[in-house]
Design a protein around this ligand. Structure first.
Ligand code: ADP
Ligand code: MG
Length: 612
């Protein structure tokens, strides 16, 4: 059996300059260089094939970052014995036949190069069985040469086992990066494909240990499915860690999730963009999205996103080069502004806020001042509109339709419908420390102290940044003699202290006079505040290595929380939750503790059934 060596080199060649057709084995090896540059590319191609084959379950196993072995098993349509051999030939594809098909592509693959390329540079065994066949078929190819074909017993689907990648191309093998880097890239492609198909179940193993187990999403709606998948992949604590985005116009529609600002990361790895269903990279849109977070992320922090964009194929060039994943739009500036504005609005108006069910008046969550930014952005839109009047006029209107200023009710059951409940006992306090609230999907437990710390931290930070902290004058100025270290520290952070509302003068030596303190310092603690603050600042500096305004704000927050629990009225509980959800990052205290835990019904049910 020699199916792969279709064209043989001409024999008895005389001149070294004579043009000859390459043996297919050689041309495949060269083509492989384009398609298969690293293990991640093999993972991508094989998983895409499984998806194209309508698999609902895909399992990927890697050994040694994929260099030693990549196995992809699916329960898709499988191949006949004939096709299993054909599939290894270059330009062998079941997916397109005519040039028109190219325009209407619905499959991920179409070039018919992947299997041939992988098999040219690895030792590949395919076992495959069509659903309507009783028996499967095995084809083994080493470096482009078929070495074994035989029937085999297996369940329907396809199993591709690619071993020793680049075993016959040492130059390529040497070109690979460290195992950690290669693994990261492979995982990234796995994640992207898993995100693109939440209804398909995925598993990933590396060296026998399971990295991901992602059951098929069960929600009905597409965006809920996507959220399920993201929660499965990124192990966030609560669904509110993701901000929903959805906006459609006749030119472009976007849909997906952004990460809450506090989950910015130090690299761009967790950024997934899909244009017309394909995972792509776009610096342009990455920048547009990041700029929508303006002021919410630390420097050199990148937001998480998983965004799907659909637009007419005539407006976008998804580069069909096998490995490049760049996209180009026919109106880059317009798309940039659209994406930025859509994301800004999503960030400003929530997605962050879960539903708090309350008695009587629902908790209203005012749109934060970010909505003002969308307003500012109008100018930008206008100027764009001037440049390309027709297309973007329409978008502008859609985007800037006046929005209600409070998010109180949403009849269609989206992320924050407020459900009216008759009973006032839906907010409840446990041991003066935890607040329990009924939410649409189950139970929300808020840690009072952590929540208060978050609220005070953000408030202090705002005061420091704006230099606008309200001050209360002390009736009797308070004179304090500080030790030299504390005195130096007060001098160092005096601008921050003043912004918070402290009014401090130097009395000579290491003595200071405190005439005013921040307005919200509790009565009876006026004389402790400065000492507390300095102590906490020093602790934060030595233990957390933070300085400056962040440290001052954290120290203020810690002081304000005080020690022990506190009895809260229902009104106070409601206010606490309300204020917490107005924070930029409501889910974590400034010291990194969770402020809340959400217990979904499913978990309660599972516990009662003894499954947890
Ligand atoms: P392409 O995906 O571009 O068509 P490939 O080289 O990746 O090219 O695959 C060649 C052909 O082999 C596909 O068109 C398909 O018919 C078949 N094939 C590959 N993988 C699978 C699979 N997992 N299940 C069923 N058929 C497959
Ligand atoms: Mg393919």
């Amino acid at each position: 059996m020699n199916a792969l060596n279709g064209i043989q080199p001409a024999e008895g060649s005389v001149s070294p300059h004579r043009i000859r057709l390459m043996p297919e084995v050689l041309s495949n090896k060269i083509a492989a260089g384009e398609v298969v540059q690293r293990p991640a590319a093999v993972v991508k191609e094989l998983v895409e094939n499984a998806l194209d084959a309508e698999a609902t379950r895909i399992e990927v196993r890697l050994q040694d970052s994929g260099k030693a072995r990549i196995l992809v098993q699916d329960n898709g349509v499988g191949m006949s014995a004939e096709d299993a051999v054909m599939g290894f030939k270059r330009h062998a594809t079941s997916k397109i036949q005519t040039v028109d098909d190219l325009e209407r592509l619905e499959t991920l693959g179409f070039r018919g190069e992947a299997l041939a390329s992988i098999a040219a540079v690895a030792q590949v065994t395919i076992r495959t069985r069509r659903r309507d066949n009783d028996i499967g078929y095995l084809v083994e190819v080493h470096g482009g040469k078929v070495v074994r074909t035989e029937p085999c017993a297996m369940s329907p689907g396809t199993f591709v086992d690619a071993r020793n990648l680049f075993y016959n191309v040492p130059a390529r093998r040497n070109f690979l990066k460290t195992p950690a880097t290669e693994l990261k890239r492979a995982v990234m492609h796995f994640q992207a494909l898993a995100i693109s198909r939440p209804a398909v179940s995925f598993e990933l193993y590396h060296n026998e240990s399971r990295m991901y187990h992602l059951p098929a999403a069960v929600s009905e709606k597409e965006d809920d499915q996507l959220q399920e998948r993201l929660l499965g992949l990124f192990k966030r604590r609560v669904e509110g860690d993701f901000i929903r985005v959805a906006q459609s116009t006749s030119y472009l529609s976007t849909f997906g999730f952004l990460g809450a600002a506090c989950f910015g990361s130090k690299n761009r790895r967790d950024q997934f963009l899909f244009v017309n269903g394909r995972y792509v990279h776009s610096r342009l849109l990455g920048h547009a999205i990041a700029s929508a977070y303006e002021g919410l992320l630390q420097e050199r922090e990148y937001p998480f996103f998983a965004l799907f964009m659909e637009l007419d194929t005539s407006h976008v060039d998804v580069n069909v080069h096998p490995t490049k994943m760049e996209v180009k739009f026919d109106d880059e500036r317009g798309v940039y502004s659209f994406v930025k504005a859509v994301c800004q609005r999503a960030i400003a108006t929530g997605g962050l806020f879960p539903t708090i069910e309350t008695a009587g008046a629902p908790i209203t969550l005012p749109v934060s001042d970010l909505s003002g930014r969308a307003e500012e952005n109008r100018g930008e839109w206008r100027s764009l509109t001037d440049r390309s009047p027709k297309r973007f006029d329409e978008l502008t209107d859609l985007l800037y339709r006046p929005e209600p200023q409070t998010l109180t009710s949403a009849p269609d059951g989206d992320s924050r419908p407020s459900e009216h409940v008759k009973d006032t006992s839906l907010l409840w306090q446990l041991h003066d420390r935890y607040v329990f609230a009924q939410v649409r999907t189950g139970l929300l437990i808020v840690d009072q102290r952590a929540a208060r710390e978050r609220i005070l931290y953000e408030r202090s930070l705002r005061s420091i940044e704006a230099g606008s902290g309200a001050s209360q004058q002390l009736l009797f100025p308070h004179t304090v003699e500080l030790d030299p270290a504390d005195f130096a520290l007060v001098q160092e952070i005096l601008p921050e202290l003043s912004s918070l509302g402290f009014s401090i003068d130097n009395f000579g030596g290491h003595t200071i006079v405190m005439r005013g303190i921040p307005a919200d310092v509790r009565q009876g603690r006026e004389h402790e505040i400065l000492g507390d603050l300095l102590r906490q600042y020093q602790e934060n500096r030595s233990e957390l290595k933070i300085i400056g305004r962040d440290n001052v704000a954290k120290s203020m927050a810690r002081h304000g929380v005080g020690k022990g629990g506190e009895r809260l009225s229902v009104e106070a509980m409601r206010m606490l939750i309300d204020q917490l959800f107005q924070c930029k990052c409501p889910y974590e205290s400034p010291y990194g503790r969770a402020t809340m835990i959400k217990v979904p019904f499913e978990e309660l049910d599972a516990r009662f059934m003894g499954k947890v």
